[in-house]
Write a protein that binds this ligand. Structure first.
Ligand code: ZN
Ligand code: ZN
Length: 338
């Protein structure tokens, strides 16, 4: 079977070894799971639930032949090989006898998370102290402020508004003039129209693809249930990203581009008009239009130009009018704040 996407996960048996068990009745330790069905020291039957995997380097190779997991005698609870029809210990028939439970390989220990840092008692005291100081500061500032207000109450203090006199009206109307110009655009060559004028080609990365890059493997022990276990190697294929190259084309094409802006200005007395355009036939056209309605205001010490939203609102304000505006509310070029 061929796999076009590369290697698949695989699991390989690297060896078959004896499980170990310790006798519960005498000092016999590290007895072999399949070889020693009974304790060589005292003759006690092996308890398959007490089998364990030998430590690394102390494995005893076992025959790979496998008849199935041991079964537990329903009469005396002794385990017997899968092929036996009767219990080797008490002779009871093994019809319907259950397989022994498999021993699980211990899981890799999880990294222990550090305990959360204990809350220090003094931190509460610190917060209380800072809070108290802040409160005290607020109270003090408040007291000083109210005293200040009381003492200067009659004099009035600094005004928050200012008077602005409208001295002139200005309007500006602009039209962009666009021209057909050559420009270079980039596109993938297989997406370019056949008639396009291609001026350059380069190789560039166009996405990526996964390519096989070895595998990562882990070993684990699997209890076969008959006093032996398999050392099994599980491997997952690894992949890395590899750029996919494709041809990138520079295409010369014609497009509209703003080449200049025609402007017309006037005052309130003149009717606002759009600039008259002189465009080269076929090669130029009128583009975006913009207009602005500005009022020139005299405020103490300076002149400000602000803009009105519409011509009608701009005309409704007359030269010589005085408006009260918020101090700092008039900024050059920004909307008038009235
Ligand atoms: Zn024993
Ligand atoms: Zn039995």
């Amino acid at each position: 079977m061929s796999d076009p996407d590369g290697p698949a996960p695989r699991s390989t048996v690297k060896g078959v070894y004896e499980m170990l068990w310790d006798c519960a009745y005498c000092d016999a330790r590290e007895l072999l799971g399949r070889t020693h069905r009974y304790c060589p020291g005292c003759g006690a039957p092996q308890d398959p639930a007490k089998r364990y995997f030998p430590p690394e380097g102390k494995e005893t190779v076992a025959s790979a032949a496998y008849d199935g997991a041991d079964r537990t005698c329903p009469a005396c609870q002794t385990s017997t090989g899968a092929k036996s029809k009767h219990c080797a210990h008490c002779g009871a028939p093994l019809d319907g006898a259950k397989e022994v439970a498999r021993v699980q390989a211990p899981l890799a220990p999880k990294p222990v998370a550090p305990p959360p840092p204990a809350k220090k008692k003094e931190s509460n005291w610190f917060l209380l102290t800072v809070g108290g100081l802040l409160l005290l500061t607020c109270l003090t500032v408040g007291l000083v402020n109210s005293m200040g207000d009381g003492s200067s109450g009659g004099s009035g203090g600094v005004s928050t508004t200012v008077e602005a006199t409208v001295t002139a009206h200005e309007w500006v109307r602009e039209v962009d003039v666009e021209a057909l110009v050559d420009r270079d655009v980039e596109a993938w060559c297989d997406e370019v129209a056949p008639a396009a004028v291609v001026t350059a080609r380069t190789q560039q990365a166009r996405g990526s693809r996964k390519v096989p890059d070895g595998e990562s493997c882990t070993l684990r022990n699997v209890d076969r249930g008959d006093g032996t276990f398999e050392k099994r190697e599980d491997c997952q294929p690894k992949f890395r990203d590899e750029p996919v190259l494709a041809e990138r084309c520079t295409v010369r094409e014609q497009g509209w581009k703003v080449v200049r802006t025609e402007t017309r200005r006037g005052a309130a007395t003149a009717a606002a008009e759009w600039p008259s355009l002189t465009t080269a036939e076929g090669r130029e056209r009128a583009g975006a239009r913009r207009e602005s309605w500005a009022l020139v205001l005299q405020v103490p010490g300076r002149q400000v130009r602000c803009t009105m939203a519409t011509e009608a609102r701009w005309r409704s304000v007359k030269d010589g009018e005085v408006r009260t505006v918020a101090r700092g509310g008039l900024l050059d070029g920004k909307p008038c704040s009235f």
